[in-house]
Every structure is written in C-alpha cells, then in structure tokens.
Design a protein around this ligand. Structure first.
Ligand code: PEP
Ligand code: MN
Length: 346
C-alpha cells in the first residue's frame, strides 16, 4: 500500500501518519516529490485497512499496489529517478554510453581500450575482473589486479567505472574500485547478493536474467531498493529463447515496458543481446529509438585476440561510426521528446 499526502500536508501531519505505520509494525519508505510526499508501507499490509489512513489529516489517498514490488514501481515514485554516478547522470534525458572490453586483460589493453571508449564519447568504462564463465576452464578474470588496472585507466581519462561483482564476499573489494556495481545475468536472482549490494549506496547495474521475466527482474530490483541505499539501473541484455541464430533474443520491448512499470532508468546491452559484432550498431540504434537511457557495449583494440567475447566486440572504427550515428539519433529523440511535451501541454 502507498499513502499519498496532499501537497498542502504539514510536516506534523506526515509524521503522525508515519508514527501510525510504525505502530502497527510496518516499515516505511518516504518519497519526497517536488509537490507531495508519498509513503510506501513495507511488510504485510493485507490486514491494514485503507480507511484507517484515509481519515488522517493531510492524507490525499491510499493506493493498493497489486505488484509484489513496490519501491521499484511507478506508483510509488511517479517521477523518473536520475541516477548520479559521481557526477554522470543516467536517466536525465541524455543517452549515456558505457564501453570497454568484456574482460580486463592487462594494463596496456585496458588503457588502450579506455582511450578508444572516451574518444568515441563514452563516459563510463566497462571491463570484467571477475568473470562468470560457462566453462570452469575458461579465463576467469584478473580479479583485484584487473580492478586496479580498470580504475587506473578510467582515472587517467576522468571516466567512471562499471564492473561485475559475482559474490557477496567480494562486494567491499569491488566497491573500492568501481562506481557502479554490475550484477550479472546469472545472478539476477541471487537474492542475498542483491540485498547486500543494496546496502553499499553505489548504483547497481542490474542485468536481466538469462531467462528472467520482466516481473522477476522488477522483483530483483526490489531486493536492492528495500535495502534503501542504492538506486538501480536496469540493463536489458537479451534472454534465451528457441532462436539460436543470435546469442540471445534482444528484447527491446523491455525498454518502454520497464519505463512504464518503474521509475529507475534502463540501458541496453546490444553486445550480449545479439552476440554478433555487426548486429551491435543497428540494435544500439534501435535502443536509442526505444527510449533507453544509455547503453553498455563491448569494444576491444583487437577483437580477434580478445580473451572473451571477441565475436561480439566492436573495433575502434566500427565503434566510432556507431557513436556518430547514435549522436544523430539522440538529437532526433530529443526533438521527439520536445514534441511530446508540447502536445502534453507541459
Ligand atoms: C558481461 O557484461 O560481460 C557479462 C558477463 O554479462 P551478462 O551477465 O549479461 O552475461
Ligand atoms: Mn562479455
């Protein structure tokens, strides 16, 4: 249940409603909008009667949220959440690119890749140091050494960092080096890990599970949101279907759907979404058109020599060209957005 306070509600009126919520043994999350306060009741609200709160002074209305996720929902937080990654804003209407190799392979490689990423317009450097690999014999990542190289390469170019944390025991270590903590597709429903990263205060890049439904994905975000400190960035990276001509089936309808259901930003990952490098630019363009807040893309100075995911990585030339196209499309999207605002009379 959420309780929407009137714009005119006083602090005292809000406090007395919060006190009542706590009295009946529930927790509360407060969303202070520009215009009004919205209170989200956390816990089992089945026996709570709406009328009990509607009679309070300053209460506008109460809404039952039928979803099992609440803090993640649009109802609780009608305005878009803009995630601030140490000064880089995600979800504010701009299109943010995170680019880098699948794996950090060494200092030279990540530095060279960071140069390419930055020159093309990316503000955030990606790179795996802890790698979830299907085979235990495949390269598992440089771990802390990789984190150090990644941070150094990013700092030299004033870029931010996103990298994956695979295990609860590595959270402090990864958080020391990374601005965004990535939860990989294979961990989308690792609930203990989600709850633990949610306590760090770092933004969480939450990949969609390999066969994760939209509802499961939203509930996974709720595990992070309940911890109360970290905002979520959804990352659509394709799902497994019967189609095997591409690595995954890139579900672009997730972009407008997540935007409808949730206030958190969503970015696209056309690299894992397709698994084929020459399909990446057209699907990145489609991501912009679908309204994504950004993308994460794999690039490599020499994809043919990459230690992982070379087949879906862009080289410098294809990346540059794609980024120029994205810029053109993004300008067009901004015009479309202004038109929408105009027709909505805002
Ligand atoms: C990655 O980003 O390199 C990765 C392993 O992604 P996913 O978890 O989406 O497979
Ligand atoms: Mn990869």
């Amino acid at each position: 249940m959420i309780i929407i306070m009137k714009p005119s509600a006083t602090k005292k009126q809000v406090t007395s409603v919060i006190d009542r919520i706590k009295d009946i043994g529930l927790d509360v999350q407060i969303n202070q909008d520009k215009e009004q306060v919205v209170l989200g009741l956390l816990g089992d609200t089945r026996s709570v009667q709406d009328i009990a709160f509607r009679s309070y002074e300053g209460v506008d209305t109460t809404i039952r949220i039928s979803n099992t996720y609440k803090l993640t929902s649009r109802e609780f937080h009608p305005q878009d959440t803009v995630v601030d990654v140490d000064g880089v804003k995600i979800g504010d209407g701009s299109f943010i690119t995170m680019a880098g190799p699948c794996s950090v392979e060494g200092l030279d490689q990540i530095r060279q890749t960071a140069q390419i990423a930055k020159a093309g317009g990316a503000k955030i450097l990606r790179g795996g140091a802890f790698k979830p690999r299907t085979s235990p014999y495949a390269f598992q990542g440089l771990e802390e050494e990789g984190l150090k190289y990644l941070r150094q390469a990013a700092d030299e170019l004033d870029m931010k960092v996103i990298t994956e944390v695979m295990d609860e025991s590595h959270i402090d270590l990864v958080a020391q080096y990374s601005d965004i903590l990535q939860i990989g597709a294979r961990n989308m429903q690792n609930f203990k890990l989600l709850a633990a990263v949610g306590k760090t205060g770092k933004p969480i890049g939450l990949k969609r599970g390999i066969s994760g439904t939209i509802n499961e994905w939203l509930n996974a975000a709720e595990y992070v949101a309940v911890a109360g400190k970290s905002p979520v960035i959804f990352i659509e990276r394709g799902i497994r279907t019967f189609e095997d001509a591409t690595r995954n089936t890139f579900d672009l309808s997730a972009v407008p759907l997540i935007k409808k259901m949730s206030h958190f930003p969503i970015i696209v990952d056309p690299s894992h979404g397709t698994g084929v490098w020459d399909l990446v630019p057209p699907m990145a363009r489609a991501g912009v058109a679908a309204g994504a807040d950004g993308m994460i893309v794999e690039i490599h100075p020499a994809p043919e020599n990459a230690w992982s995911d070379g087949q879906q990585s862009l080289n410098e030339d294809t990346y540059r060209k794609m980024m120029q196209e994205i810029e053109v499309l993004n300008a067009a999207m901004n015009e479309i957005h202004s038109l929408e605002m105009l027709t909505a009379g805002r």
